[in-house]
Ligand binder design. Structure first.
Ligand code: SAM
Length: 288
């Protein structure tokens, strides 16, 4: 094993392969071995089947393999997949997939590479320019995933774990809570990356639920209501819903909120998951 997550080893590998890191792909590599250990410790147990997002030069990958995990690592940069294949050429526990994580069929990858066939785990120090699309992708596969441990911008982690009534609480919070139980594991200073990014980071573990947290009759409608409520956060829920969800007019929105037992003068940020579910379920039944 190499202990890749150190400043000297990372520099040595990048120099050896003549790689200049690419800002566009969020290539800020972790260079603190204790933090790397902490992420892997929080993410998985020995022998787990793990999808790794954005392995870079393998700082987390080597620790996953040291725990005898079966690892599928999806990396977009062909220069880095070449490094990974060489560094870990003797490992039959690792499959390196070159490509964009957002374009992968995760269920098909799992079926091909994870012989056990149950729910798998996800780990990654995420490329921050695509944090939200990656979360949406993982949630659309929540049935196949048992837990995801992800490093992301601290500010995004704060939005994900925010409570109703705070300014951080928003549609991302509701989306995450609908599919998962998210917990902050620890914060990581920008000083622990090479090169240092412009923001600090946080490791979040999402325990995926076996079914969504609330019963929703029409998921599209539920998320439309949520988006409308937070698109115009300063507006009351009545004004935010009017005209922005389907063709609801004031009378229709008022009636739906009454059926759901929601005070029309509240704002989106005051409502919890079950109240959003009540609005969209009453609307689905009322509008047929
Ligand atoms: N895991 C390494 C670490 O912790 O040091 C690297 C993390 S770095 C923040 C993010 C990695 O994701 C980079 O290696 C980058 O090339 C890769 N990446 C960026 N966009 C990607 C995408 N759409 N799909 C897969 N990998 C991507």
């Amino acid at each position: 094993m190499y202990k890749i997550a150190t400043p000297s080893k990372t520099r040595e590998i990048l120099k050896k392969y003549n790689i200049r890191l690419n800002k566009r792909w969020g290539q800020n590599f972790l260079v603190d071995p204790r933090i790397a250990e902490g992420i892997v410790e929080a993410a998985c147990d020995a022998g787990d089947e793990v999808l790794e997002i954005g392995p870079g030069i393998g700082s987390l990958t080597e620790l996953l393999l040291a725990r005898s995990c079966r690892v599928v690592a999806v990396e977009i940069d062909p220069r880095l997949t070449a490094v990974l294949k060489e560094l870990f050429e003797n490992s039959d526990q690792l499959t390196v997939v070159e490509g964009d994580i957002l374009k992968q069929d995760l269920a098909a990858l799992a079926e091909k590479h994870f012989p056990r066939g149950g729910r798998f785990k996800v780990v990654g120090n995420l490329p921050y320019y695509v944090t939200s699309p990656i979360l949406v992708k993982l949630f659309s596969n929540y049935r196949d995933i048992s837990a995801a441990t992800l490093m992301m911008q601290k500010e995004v982690a704060e939005r994900i774990t925010a409570l109703p009534g705070t300014k951080e609480y928003g549609s991302l919070t509701v989306l995450c809570r609908y599919y998962a139980d998210p917990r902050i594991i620890f914060n990581v200073s920008r000083r622990n990356f090479f090169p240092p990014p412009e923001v600090d980071s946080t490791v979040v573990r999402f325990e995926m639920l076996s079914k969504p947290a609330v019963r929703v009759l029409d998921e599209d409608l539920f998320f439309k209501v949520v988006r409308a409520a937070f698109n115009q956060r300063r507006k009351t829920i009545l004004n935010a819903l009017e005209k922005s969800v389907g063709n609801w007019d004031k009378k229709c929105a008022t009636h739906i909120l009454k059926l759901a037992g929601i005070d029309p003068m509240l704002r989106g940020e005051d409502l919890d998951l079950s109240e959003f579910a009540a609005i969209s379920n009453c609307a689905a039944e009322y509008l047929g």
